[in-house]
Design a binder for this molecule. Structure first.
Ligand code: PLP
Length: 316
């Protein structure tokens, strides 16, 4: 995994572009102790005409939903957050980067109930290339984690909350410790959920198969994009409960997400999928997705927000 390339010049902090070094918080902040934070992960791509953020509005809507579930007082509208994102990219003159909007209870208070403590919003961007080795060896070798996704009505999966990623870290640590790139997490019933920070698609009998929201997954924006693109491409798609053993029987599988983009899964628990190289359906979807996000193919759903930064700045 390529390490993040920071620092960049500016971070947006509640309406002000501050220097990277000044975007700090106090150790007594509520979020440090109790995890009271929600966030987003977005990407901007270098296109022939400058930068373009993929599905900016949808990410900011999800940020609002996450904040609302945890009653975090997010004082910026979706439109204001979208403009702030553009301002942050322009201030850093970055076309190709990862973006991290973050809403955290930074007020200094102890005790679980922190409603009186201040909430701050940040937007950070930095260059972050591939996150799951989908460049060199062509994909990821994964295991099924012994840790489960949180049960319904425990940690709400529809909130992209910082605390959810403690469970994700257990899955990731287990995979790395055992020599894999990534884990697939099962839900509380033992059906397939998703990766630690990615959604999962299988290719079974010529169709795409993916888990439903009720499997404790994040309702990924890349997942939604791939479902719509597959429909446009005439590829069949089924959302269904996926028994674990199906992972070993499929022809192909791939992870998708903002950080992972489209990453082929080459083996699960050392069972090779197909011939252990990226399969034709995965390759077709990956190529269509990358062409769209980089502005090299039409954007029929109007998913790109174009940003006037130096064309190609930071491009990979
Ligand atoms: C747990 C989890 N699932 C799925 C995804 C993919 O979501 P998206 O495509 O919106 O980035 C992410 C990444 O944000 C994630 O953290």
């Amino acid at each position: 995994m390529a390490p993040p390339k920071g620092p960049t010049a500016k971070i947006w902090r509640d309406g002000t572009l501050v220097d990277w070094a000044d975007a700090s918080i106090h150790v007594l902040s509520h979020v440090v102790h109790y995890g009271s934070g929600v966030f987003e992960g977005m990407r901007s791509y270098a296109t022939p005409t400058g930068g373009a953020v993929f599905r900016l509005q949808d990410h900011m809507h999800r940020l609002h939903d996450s904040a609302s579930i945890y009653e975090l007082d997010l004082k910026w509208t979706v439109e204001e957050l979208c403009q702030a994102t553009v301002d942050t990219l322009v201030a850093n003159d970055l076309a190709h980067c990862y973006l991290r909007p973050l809403v955290i209870r930074t007020g200094q208070t102890m005790g679980i109930y922190g409603q009186q403590a201040a909430v701050e919003t940040f937007i950070i961007c930095w260059e972050w290339g591939e996150t799951l080795g989908h460049g060199n060896d062509g994909g990821a070798h994964v295991c099924v984690s012994s840790w489960r996704r949180a049960a319904p009505n425990t940690f709400p999966a529809m909130a992209k909350a910082s605390g959810n990623y403690l469970n994700a870290q257990l899955g990731k640590l287990e995979s790395k410790r055992n020599g894999y790139d990534e884990s697939i997490m099962l839900d509380v019933a033992g059906n397939v959920a998703e990766g630690t920070g990615q959604n999962l698609f299988l290719v079974y009998q010529g169709e795409l198969v993916t888990s439903p929201f009720t499997a404790g997954i994040l309702h990924g924006i890349t997942r939604d994009s791939i479902i719509r693109m597959a429909r446009d491409m005439g590829i069949g798609i089924r959302e269904m409960e996926i028994p674990r053993e199906m992972l070993y029987l499929v022809d192909e599988a791939f992870f998708c997400g903002t950080a992972a983009e489209v990453t082929p899964v080459l083996s699960v628990d050392r069972h090779l999928l197909g011939d252990g190289t990226p399969g034709p359906v995965t390759t077709r979807i990956r190529s269509a997705f990358m062409s769209l996000v980089t502005g090299r193919a039409p954007d029929p759903h109007k998913w790109l927000t174009h940003v006037p930064v130096t064309a190609g700045a930071g491009a990979k």
